[in-house]
Design a protein around this ligand. Structure first.
Ligand code: 1YM
Length: 636
């Protein structure tokens, strides 16, 4: 047992104590998100081995007790004594803060954002952690509890294998949530496998009766990633355009393909970490494709001398792209430290993509033709949309704000106090108008289904009456014109029936907001109302249940003696104004769910909207079946 504490060890313990005191500073949060970050920290070290070309298999297992085991077949963390600290290197890795960045340098260790803070943070935030190293014929092991070594590194046997195994149990004293979500890990591990060609990642969930196992292995790397993202969209051409090269020490890889939709899906990564806010690498990419396509269009007479250039947005309409770079010393900027700042990355991506894309277009004139024809249509639609918008803008300027006729506006003019209910159907809209608190609650009833924006361009969307009504009521404008400071209500509340149609309308509305006014969601202005599913009456007592378990609980409370009258609400229309107020609109009592976007998962969100709202029926059915438990919640 190591009971003698030298000065170094005291320092170590103080370091890890700091992590336990302020975990948020090291892993972002102690919610489910932070909990999952622990896994990525350990997996990142294993992926670094794969990037170094000395590891091709990583296994991640969720154990029955919600501990996590990560196994790799790399070189094994060094076990020799680190001379500076006087303890084995592996112990340094797990106990010294910021030792995540490898000593000696070299390789592409990530040092920005929440990542790369390393194994010592995971150790500090784990009830216990065990590491085993298979190296040079022997197995070494060490165990830690809340960051402290239980015993010094020891040899526990012989082996002919190579690699590192880490098992840890997140500390219940630290995390609000300690149950791992298989789906969340699955998504991130799939992404890592796409980004690291030829790495095999196996995820196993051992908590289930019959264990679940999934293997990710993509020989095509990011080319296969683009194929996957376009799976439910119709590709415009069969080829995946691919550029690769190294310039100024920056390794650049880009894969792209257009599809028939009107939305852009460009995702960028630095050293395998997603950069939702982009940065210099993404800017270099966008610049390269705008310039290259315009040059090609001029040289090949798609654009006449007197016609204006295609804009970047026109060219990126329906484009799915992955931009992935590896850079030795990434600098992250911005509030969330997720935006790449290195200027050499811009030049490297721009140079490599410009050169290789020019060559590709010359070799593939039919593909070039399809992309340019689509871009030119996009340009025309954008012009038409701009004219339509200018017209409405001039109108409002001349005639003052002309709010939609169906809107029952509130009297308070301070947006902070105001909310707008978007209500499905005229009859529910009527009850809501009677029920509301006139000072702060506005009601906008929508008739029937709104336009599916996933299948239309902006010019079509702008003539749709329901959509026009929302845009004018919100006051913000739309798309490039959007200005959050003009928002007239700080709460936008979607209120639909608790059935399939209602959830379809909610999804249509959310798709519209997500595609054309994403800031509304990002800044937390969009909510879903939760109408009750049941009303239970017994003599003078009236109770409402918002879920089946709640109904059960209420029936137990009231006594199950046959005198309970249960009414199942099929729609908002079945409630009178007073009931609607009591259950769904009274700010004192109602339940509102705030809609949020996890930027790190935007490629998955995009897939979900395409699956739900796109043209293909089969993937939609699959999605609904896979997510049946959620759909059932909506469709009782
Ligand atoms: C399941 C987690 O951590 N694998 C892992 C980590 C390291 C190495 C190999 C490694 C790196 C190097 C040399 C090097 C790390 N080593 C260090 C440090 N799997 C997991 N596999 N030899 C082995 O980068 O030079 C930190 S991580 F700092 F000790 F070298």
């Amino acid at each position: 047992m190591s009971t003698e504490y030298g000065a170094d060890q005291i320092q170590i313990l103080e370091g890890l104590e700091a992590v336990r005191k302020r975990p948020g500073m090291y892993i972002g949060s102690t919610s489910s998100k932070g909990l999952h970050h622990l896994v990525y920290e350990i997996v990142d070290n294993a992926v670094d081995e794969a990037l170094a070309g000395v590891c091709d298999r990583i296994e991640v297992t969720i154990n029955k007790d919600n501990s996590i085991t990560v196994v790799d077949n790399g070189r094994g963390i060094p076990v020799g004594i680190n001379h500076k600290k006087g303890i084995p290197a592996v112990e340094v890795v797990f106990t010294i803060l910021h030792a995540g960045g490898k000593f000696g340098g070299g390789g592409y260790k990530v040092s920005g954002g929440l990542h790369g803070v390393g194994a010592s943070v995971v150790n500090a935030l784990s009830e216990w952690l065990e590491v085993m190293i298979y190296q040079d014929g022997t197995i070494h092991k060490q165990r830690f509890e809340r960051g402290k070594a239980v015993y010094p590194l020891k040899v526990i046997g012989d082996t002919d294998k190579r690699g590192t195994t880490v098992t840890f149990l997140p500390d219940k004293e630290i995390f609000e949530e300690t149950v791992y979500d298989y789906e969340i890990l699955k998504q991130r591990l799939r992404e890592m496998a796409f980004l690291t060609k030829n790495l095999r990642i196996v995820l196993t969930d051992d908590r289930e009766e019959t264990k679940v196992e999934k293997e990710f292995h993509y020989a095509g790397g990011i080319k296969e990633y683009v194929e996957y993202l376009n799976k439910h969209k119709d590709p415009l051409y069969p080829e995946i355009i691919y550029c690769e090269g190294t310039k100024d020490d920056v390794y650049v890889e880009v894969a792209m393909q257009h599809n028939g939709t009107y939305t852009e899906g460009c995702y960028s990564f630095v050293n395998n970490i997603t950069t939702p806010e982009g940065g210099t690498h993404l800017a270099g990419f966008k610049n390269a494709i705008t310039k290259t396509f315009n040059d090609y269009a001029r040289n090949n007479k798609y654009l006449k001398d007197n016609e204006t250039n295609l804009s970047g947005e026109d060219i990126r309409e329906g484009l799915t792209a992955i931009v992935s770079i590896k850079i030795p010393d990434p600098q992250f900027e911005g509030q969330t430290k997720q935006k790449l700042g290195n200027s050499e990355a811009r030049g490297a991506v721009d140079g490599i993509v410009s050169e290789q894309l020019t060559y590709f277009l010359e070799q593939n004139p039919t593909v070039a033709k399809m992309i340019l024809e689509k871009s030119i249509l996009a340009q025309r639609a954008r012009d038409a949309a701009r004219k339509a918008r200018d017209l409405t803008r001039r109108k409002t300027a001349l005639e003052g704000m002309s709010l939609p006729g169906k809107l029952a506006d509130c009297s308070d003019k301070d947006p902070k106090n105001c909310e707008i209910y978007i209500v499905e159907g005229d009859s529910a809209g009527g009850s809501a108008k009677t029920a509301r608190s006139r000072a702060t609650q506005a009601i906008l009833p929508l008739r029937g289904k709104i336009l599916n924006v996933e299948k239309s361009r902006l010019d079509k969307i702008l003539v749709n009456n329901e959509i026009k009504a929302m845009i004018t009521a919100f006051g913000t404008g739309i798309s490039d014109d959007f200005d959050i400071s003009r928002l007239r209500y700080h709460k936008i509340i979607i209120m639909t029936d608790a059935d399939v149609d209602g959830s379809h309308i909610s999804t249509l509305l959310l798709t519209f907001f997500y595609r054309f006014m994403p800031e509304l969601i990002r800044q937390g202005h969009v909510y879903m109302a939760q109408p009750p599913l049941y009303k239970v009456e017994k003599s003078k007592t009236v109770k409402y249940a918002y879920s089946d378990p709640e109904l059960d609980q209420i029936l137990t409370e009231l006594g199950r003696d046959g005198n309970n009258k249960i009414q199942r609400y099929k729609g908002l229309g079945e409630m009178d104004a007073e009931q609607l107020w009591d259950t769904t609109m009274d700010p004192e009592k109602r339940i509102l769910l705030r809609v949020t976007i996890d930027e790190e998962e935007s490629s998955e969100i995009d897939m979900t909207f395409t699956t739900l709202m796109g043209d293909k029926v089969e993937p939609r059915r699959e999605f609904i079946e896979k997510n049946a438990k959620y759909v059932r919640n909506l469709d009782i």
